[in-house]
Design a protein around this ligand. Structure first.
Ligand SMILES: *Cc1c(COP(=O)(O)O)cnc(C)c1O
Length: 380
């Protein structure tokens, strides 16, 4: 089997046969010439139904997650929306982890809810709680995010896949935080992997995108139909930027994990810090599971300060860490979930404690990152 980094560089990236260009061109064309009616040269007809640059990205994504089908979208939420609408009918229920991305909750609760889709929230890191919830009433989808956003809870993908299968629920894993470099949910038994490629896959905070990777041919066909018929496709430049980012995913995730670990250890030893959430710390309740399930602990570190005021001041005092939403880029970012990324779940069962700050630890020199966090904590 080809190694991960070789796949990341080469999957879907054959050189251009007409010019020999090592990097395949970006195909900026919305339509394709036909040799007689219906005579398509490469299977391409119109830019919404297909584009060679998008195909290259989809090939790369499928290969990295070890799935048969990759389907890319204009954003992570567009990918989620297509999957949910392909699978759910009015009356169906989604069982959702209690610490998932706020936008996922908002999409299901506020857009699909009025169409008759039901939502229940469960502690996904507790297999017994999930088993009990599935026994109570059937769920069509088990929606898992591990590590979760922003509290870095770790859920047992293989265990949940077994429970989901036994209960007839589709097991979906949002693999945005780990990326396929650190965790491959399909190999652990999940049915569908979801990505916001905006984050680690793109990796440079310069493109918004999303993807689904799955093995089931019939479900892939339904999802592709929604991609085509509802039209939330990635444009060629977006697809190309994502492909370029993915080529360095393996080495970036190594550095993100090294820096994440160092930052977590520094914060855990700091007197102004109340609690650090990072699966690489042996004190984290999901540490052993993460060590088995993941090839590294990643670059997201959340931290609880003494109170909301200290958290806000800390988030506004860093210099190398930029105060901004999003995560997974080469540059370090700091985010105050309660008012930024997770404002949409304030007051719900997914609300993030107001003393929590989330760090996306980038690939900069670790001494500079630690010095920056030190000065920001020193100012509290
Ligand atoms: C950002 C994010 C999403 C949503 O993706 P967009 O590209 O912003 O639409 C979904 N899940 C997780 C875990 C995310 O971090």
């Amino acid at each position: 089997m080809t190694g991960f980094d070789t796949t990341a560089v080469h999957a879907g990236q054959e050189f251009d046969p007409t010019t020999g260009a090592v990097i395949p061109p970006v195909h900026f064309s919305s339509t394709y010439a036909q040799d007689g009616i219906g005579g398509l040269r490469g299977g391409y007809e119109y830019g919404r139904s297909g584009n060679p640059t998008r195909t290259a990205l989809e090939t790369q994504l499928a290969a990295l997650e070890g799935g048969a089908h990759g389907v890319s979208f204009a954003s992570g939420l567009a990918a989620e929306d297509a999957l949910l609408r392909a699978v759910l009918k009015p009356g169906d229920e989604v069982l959702l982890g209690n610490d998932v991305y706020g936008g996922t909750y908002r999409l299901i609760a506020r857009i699909l809810g009025p169409w008759g889709v039901k939502l229940r929230v469960v502690e996904m890191s507790d297999l017994a709680a999930v088993e009990a919830a599935l026994a109570e009433s059937p769920a069509k989808i088990l929606w898992v995010e591990t590590p979760s956003n922003p509290l870095l809870k770790i859920s047992d993908i293989a265990g949940l896949a077994r429970l989901g299968r036994a209960a007839g629920a589709l097991v979906v894993v949002d693999n945005t935080f780990a990326s396929p470099a650190l965790q491959q949910p399909l190999a652990l038994g999940a049915d569908v992997v979801v990505h916001s490629t905006t984050k680690y896959l793109g990796g440079h905070s310069d493109v918004v995108g999303g993807a689904l990777v799955l093995n089931d041919d019939a479900l892939a066909e339904q999802v592709r139909f929604l991609q085509f018929a509802a039209g939330a496709v990635s444009g060629p430049m977006d697809a190309w930027l994502t492909t370029r980012g993915i080529k360095t995913l393996g080495i970036r995730m190594q550095r993100h994990s090294e820096n994440g670990q160092a930052v977590a250890e520094f914060l855990a030893a700091h007197p102004k810090v109340a609690r650090v959430y990072y699966p690489g710390l042996s004190s984290h309740p999901g540490h052993d599971l993460a060590a088995r399930q993941m090839a590294g602990f990643g670059g997201i570190v959340s931290v609880a300060l003494t109170d909301a005021a200290a958290a806000r001041r800390f988030a506004e005092s860093t210099r190398v860490f930029t105060l901004a939403e999003s995560l997974g880029g080469v540059e370090s970012l700091v985010n105050y979930p309660d008012e930024m990324t997770h404002a949409s779940v304030r007051g719900t069962e997914l609300a993030v404690p107001p003393e929590v700050v989330r760090l996306s630890v980038g690939i900069e020199s670790i001494d500079d990152l630690i010095a920056d966090l030190g000065q920001a904590l020193g100012a509290l």
